[in-house]
Design a protein around this ligand. Structure first.
Ligand code: B12
Ligand code: SF4
Length: 551
């Protein structure tokens, strides 16, 4: 009798290169972002719920690589995978590829498994593979199957299909496989989970979630102490908006599906009581889609009197905020959220299909100043196709003029299967900086493009970096008196990430002086001086941006 597929290994691939892992090992935990593999926790719960004979194990190569790197051991993904294959002996391996950045490690592991385990069933899933699966030469041929979109239904269906318990599979694309009985068994339909409360509680214990914080940070949790046990949760699927550069609409479909406040609290309780988690970042794309839901969650949290803080690193729509809502959020432990502002130009916001106008910005941004208990990061995109220098300048002015604690500038990089990406494929922009990958009737090679820094793109990068130094460092509002302690903690974090950041040391010297921390002032001044004396790069930056070192 044919052996059933019952032992399934889920591999979360690192979004890091071997060079980073093996050469930067001196960098401590502040350097690494360690998000537990939430998608796999959902998948594991769904499979266990549907298939009682299943046995699941997660190999989180991301955190395991970081752990090795921190012990100064050489990171070798293939060796780590092989060890796990030998001890667990799975019938199937499923690989998660969330970003372009983790595709290299996924391919490396996938090709190795394909070569050495010819009978093994190999599948991949996640946002990135869903985006590229339709493209030619997509590099996915190590897979038997690609499982697209949200997969709590698709994945168990595929396992049942392989075990001949069903003849119908949605949301699965056969790639290079001899495991398909009839092509028509694989439909073009996908199953969306309409009522998300029906999803089983994520299998939080499938990895050692309570110890992730020991090896790194959540980028969203800068506002809590570094020894705070952290986790992520998802309370909403989808987003009301349809920004051209974002994959959420194509991946999660139209509309937003929300967990009820009761379900949210139930998950928080598990994370708090069972796993000792003390800070949760909600990875939602549209957390505030329902004002009443958020207020209810906040009220329930306040009532619980937990020693717990929370954040929304992924971003909130500015237009949804008001005075009362922000008060509830801060009172219930919200320490941080980011805001997708993207541009300071109305026409550009419209082009991006961003649910924001300058009118909304002017109305709502002052609220943030009033609710300064929460830390706000504003996200901006520079170098969007056909953006004019004037429009770009308006973005920098917007970053300068409002009271964000920090501004994050990202250069526009088209993500697979987004409206922007598809428009570039169809040659709908004049922009020369995107011409590197833009070939008529050929797949737009994101990977290739990402590695090429065209002349114009380099100029925008350099300008953006200088504006970052000017706005976040030289003109930092917190440092100028709004919240000096907060500024100090930000600059200390920067120096932990990049020890030779002379602007950060100079800002620290200014901040420590204001706090009258004389020993620290001396140290920060010396650091600035040492770097400036040894680096024409930093001397140049101080000069060009008219920022005076205070040593
Ligand atoms: C949290 C988050 C992060 C975290 C890291 C998360 C992590 N686990 O490592 C941080 C903040 C570090 C991050 C960084 C970035 N991110 Co991000 N991030 C997210 C976010 C908001 C939530 C992810 C999440 O936890 N979702 C919840 C879980 C439950 O869903 P899921 O993981 O998708 O899993 C489901 C399915 O995908 C599927 N599935 C997933 N894996 C697998 C595997 C198999 C085998 C199967 C069957 C199914 C399956 O089933 C799961 C259940 O339905 C998403 C947005 C989103 N809505 O997904 C963006 C998102 C993934 N990020 C994105 C991007 C672009 C980035 C950055 C490049 C941004 C930047 N400019 O720097 C960086 C990349 C980092 C790098 N270079 O190292 C894009 C990816 C698009 C793409 N094709 O590349 C997304 C989709 C957002 C967007 N705007 O479009 N991100
Ligand atoms: S608001 Fe954010 S999550 Fe929603 S579509 Fe726009 S970028 Fe994506």
């Amino acid at each position: 009798m044919k052996k059933k597929v019952s032992k399934i290994l889920l591999i979360n691939t690192p979004r890091l290169t071997l060079k980073q892992l093996n050469e930067y090992s001196e960098r401590s935990k502040y350097y690494w972002e360690v998000y537990p593999p939430l998608g796999f926790m959902y998948i594991s719960a769904a499979v266990k719920n549907e298939i009682d004979y299943s046995e699941i194990k997660v190999l989180d190569l991301h955190i395991e690589s970081i752990k090795k790197s921190q012990k100064n051991q050489t990171v070798d993904w293939l060796e780590m995978t092989e060890d796990c294959m030998k001890s667990f002996e799975p019938d199937m391996v499923a690989i998660s590829v969330m970003f372009g950045a983790s595709f290299e490690s996924a391919q490396c592991v996938g090709k190795f498994l394909r070569k050495n385990y010819p009978d093994l069933v190999i599948a991949s899933g996640g946002v990135h593979v869903t985006g590229i699966v339709k493209e030619k030469n997509n590099g996915l041929e190590f897979n038997d199957f690609v499982i697209i979109k949200e997969s709590e239904k698709h994945f168990p269906q595929l396992i049942k299909y392989l075990n001949e318990e069903t003849d119908l599979v949605n949301g699965v694309i056969p790639i290079k496989t001899n495991k398909v009985r009839k092509d028509e068994h694989f439909t073009k339909d996908t199953d969306t989970i309409e009522h998300v409360d029906e999803l089983p509680i994520p299998d939080y214990g499938i990895v050692d979630i309570k110890n992730y914080y020991k090896h790194g940070i959540l980028s969203a949790a800068q506002t809590v102490a570094y020894d705070t046990p952290l986790a992520t949760m998802q309370t909403v699927r989808g987003c009301t908006a349809r920004c051209t550069f974002c994959s959420v609409r194509n991946f999660n479909g139209f509309g937003v599906r929300t967990h009820s406040p009761e379900r949210v609290l139930k998950e928080i309780e598990i994370l708090y009581d069972k796993f000792g988690i003390r800070h949760i970042d909600f990875v939602d794309d549209d957390f505030t889609v329902s004002r009443s839901r958020v207020i209810e969650i906040c009220k329930m949290l306040i009532e619980k009197k937990y020693n717990l803080t929370w954040s929304i690193g992924n971003g909130i729509r500015l237009g949804t905020l008001d005075d009362e809502l922000l008060t509830y959020m801060a009172d219930s432990g919200c320490t941080y959220f980011s805001l997708g502002i993207e541009s300071g130009d109305d026409k550009m916001l419209k082009e991006m299909k961003k649910p924001l106008t300058l009118k909304i910005l002017n109305q709502k941004a002052p609220l943030l100043e009033k609710h300064s208990r929460i830390y706000y990061r504003a996200n901006f995109i520079t170098g969007y196709p056909d953006e004019t220098p004037e429009q770009l300048n308006r973005t920098f002015e917007c970053a300068k003029n409002f009271s964000w604690d920090w501004c994050l500038f990202s250069l526009c990089k088209p993500l697979p299967d987004t409206e922007l990406y598809n428009k570039l494929l169809e040659n709908k922009f004049e922009d020369t900086k995107f011409s590197g990958g833009k070939k008529k009737n050929e797949a737009y090679n994101f990977q290739e493009h990402a590695g090429i820094v065209a002349d114009e793109e380099r100029k925008i990068f350099e300008l953006t970096y200088d504006k970052n130094l000017e706005i976040n460092f030289k003109l930092n509002k917190n440092l100028q008196g709004r919240h000096i302690k907060r500024a100090i903690s930000d600059f200390e974090r920067v120096t932990k990430l990049s020890e030779s950041h002379a602007f950060a040391w100079n800002c620290l010297a200014i901040g420590y002086e204001k706090m009258q921390l004389q020993e620290k002032v001396k140290f920060a001044k010396n650091k600035t001086k040492e770097i400036v004396n040894n680096s024409s790069y930093w001397r140049n930056k101080f000069e060009r941006l008219e920022f005076k070192p205070i040593y």
